[in-house]
Design a protein around this ligand. Sequence first.
Ligand code: UD1
Ligand code: CA
Length: 454
Amino acid sequence: MAFSVVILAAGKGTRMKSSLPKVLHKVGGIPMVQRIINTVEAMAAHNVHLVYGHGGDQLKTSIEGKRLNWCLQAEQLGTGHAVQQAADHIKDDEDVMILVGDAPLIQQQTLERLVAVKAECDLALLTVELDDPTGMGRIVRNGEQISAIVEHKDATEAQRLIREINTGMMIMGGADLKRWLKLLGNSNAQGEYYLTDVIEMAAKEGKVIKAAQPDSAVEVEGVNNRIHLAGIERALQHREAVTLMTNGATLADPARIDVRGNVTTGQDVFIDINVVMQGTVKIGNNTSIGANCVLIDCEIGDNVVVDSHSVIEGAKVSENCVIGPFARLRPGAVMKPNAKVGNFVEMKKSILGEGAKVNHLTYLGDAEVGAKANIGAGTITCNYDGVNKSKTIIGENAFIGSNSSLVAPVKIGDGATVGAGSVITSEVSSDSLAVARGKQRNIEGWKRPTKKSS
Ligand code: UD1
Ligand code: CA
């Protein structure tokens, strides 16, 4: 059956002590509420109604979804009142899943389980048993049948002993939900319109209510402060590490990597300690990433060695390349197969041809380097005259001597050689030698100055 989702995210999040709405705080590099939207979109949720209260402008610029419907809850009068803000958009003949915006680790497989349980009953609740259920709504059962949820503040001593709690996530028919929402009152300990009151209404109508459980309690754990946020972040990183290892990557220490986005790895990948991977990162088979590397929105092919302390962003690295240690590939850097970039080399918007080498201390910006070219230590492509950026084109098999400045726009032909220390300002034709530096003069018998006696 088609289902829509209501995400409750209007709470202020006072304990975050932040100018950012709570649900925009990131877990694994992605805002908490965006993670939840991504999860339900992967399940083909029909509409996603986001109930928000604070920081609407910030939310609207940061969050995206295919069928996102923004529902303002101007005053936070309770979870039932929050769902009421979406009621006009809910269809009678669809199921409605209600989720909370601050529990970002909820997994698709758990929500699918909840949907499957709903198919066998009228209202399905996601519940967990906690050792310490203090503060949570308790699941009251009459034998097996669920009869109500009682909030901690409204519960009797006996009810407070119940360890099965309401996670705030549930699913029921649209017509039922809308009918029950109209009947909510706020005569309770907190003076709020509780969504949880619909459970007792359903039970009294003779509806069948069942519960499903998540794989682990961390999936339904909410974030109320930055200490929770840090705990949830570690739990997510553990999950990401397990996924990488399951897919065939060896991690030097699963507790010392950080995935902040979507990372896919081939088989027999090795990832050393303290590697940060951000955005969309693809790593091919048999590739190894050294300690302390940062990989952002990049694609790295098979059999690549990235040595320690390298930063690769917005770059595409082909198979069998070697990078680092201490290399920096900036957006638009492309390495063709078997190319090599060594220590303290920076590449920006440049193509390094097949088998070409740039081994030490070089800047390549807006450059095209042909296959098998060799760029000596300390070479700089002078791509910027203070106003415009220009290109440097270096042909196949060219050899650029150390400490050369190539003043763009300039072209070095195939097989050309540039003498060390040259400042090249005009085209060097193929297979020729260019030397553009002060000529060496030797003065025989030269005497060094001596100290004058005063
Ligand atoms: C709620 C449940 C409780 C459950 C707990 C799980 C009710 C009455 N109680 O309690 O049974 O054990 O969650 O965490 O539902 N929100 C709004 N607008 C509001 C109030 C809340 O959008 O007016 C949102 C919050 O942003 C949050 C979610 O609803 O994402 C839950 O609100 P919260 O205040 O944390 O509810 P609890 O009192 O903890
Ligand atoms: Ca809560």
